[in-house]
Design a protein around this ligand. Sequence first.
Ligand SMILES: *Cc1c(COP(=O)(O)O)cnc(C)c1O
Length: 381
Amino acid sequence: MIYLDTSASYPVLPEVREALIAASDLCYANSAASHLLADRVSQNIESVRSVLADMIGSYSSEVVFTSGATESNNIAFKSLLLADGFPPDKNHIVTTSIEHKCVLSICGYLQRRGFSVTYLKPDSNGIISVEKVEAALQTSTAMVSVMHVNNELGTINPIAEIGELCSRRGVLFHSDAAQSFGKIPVDVDDCNCDLLSISAHKIGGPKGVGAIYIRDLRKLELEPVIHGAGQEEGLRGGTVASPLVVGFGEAAKYFPMHYHEFERTRAKDYLLGQLAEVGIAYRVNGGGDSLPNCVSLTLGETDVGSLLRDNESQICLAQGSACSSREIEASHVLTALGLSRDLAGKTLRISFPLNITLTQLDQLIEAIKKASVSNLDRRYL
Ligand SMILES: *Cc1c(COP(=O)(O)O)cnc(C)c1O
């Protein structure tokens, strides 16, 4: 199987798998209990917390484990904005029309709770500029939320500039870093982030675990999103998923190294170069800075439906994002970029695993060629 959907979920790294098995055997005690085995589990959890904190330049005490980036995003918005002490006149949110579906859905909920939300559109490259954010700020703006890397395009937003603006204007800044953490540097001080969401399974860790960074967590009055027995600073109830946390720690340690190696393979350049050489019409969605292992390709003259159908037993590909690919509607990210429904339907999000081979890339190119062949023939008639 050629797996080209790593932006949806990255295969578990071998180092993570080993750690998960060991942790399932050894970390069975409840970290909140008061005995020796619980203390050991607790130490394991705390050491992962400090690995993550070091990577993002924060204090350990500002990192809370969650079930993934969806929950982290929920906490980022709701625990602050819906807290009892939050100033009622701060009821405006600035976010973007290309966020992950979960952020759009949280903002929809907050709109029903009386907040107003501005959804910024990206420029033609798929990037959210600091100027656009600045123009949207109001005196009532409580929070700005702009994702670091877009999950469909792989494009990188200038969050350091946006964070600097928010800090200057006294507005909270949240960034969904699920697609950037472990791939490119993310530092909460460099980016002036007050809140940052990350997830394990986007970097070869297990599903069901993530984290949220909250600046000065202990000084804030926050409303839990999951009310519980006081775990995770009282913010996130429930027994901490220690084996998953340990797996997350291994992924955070090893993925950046693999990713760094991957950049040298130039898989994206090879794919695009070969497509051009065999005369396939394509357009890359999103420009400027982008991740080396993700590309959004619109194949205007290819029968993308039959490309997917004919190769479904050999190639895993995404049309738009995974969360919306089974829906009939076109990707909200692609339409925000101005693509028609038709062209959005002819768009593939190709996200490479780090061990992709030339042979596999050639197979993909061959499959695209085949699904475009009648059009190519017609052109030469
Ligand atoms: C995958 C993803 C999420 C959701 O993360 P989960 O850990 O699966 O909940 C949120 N935001 C972005 C940008 C993502 O890519």
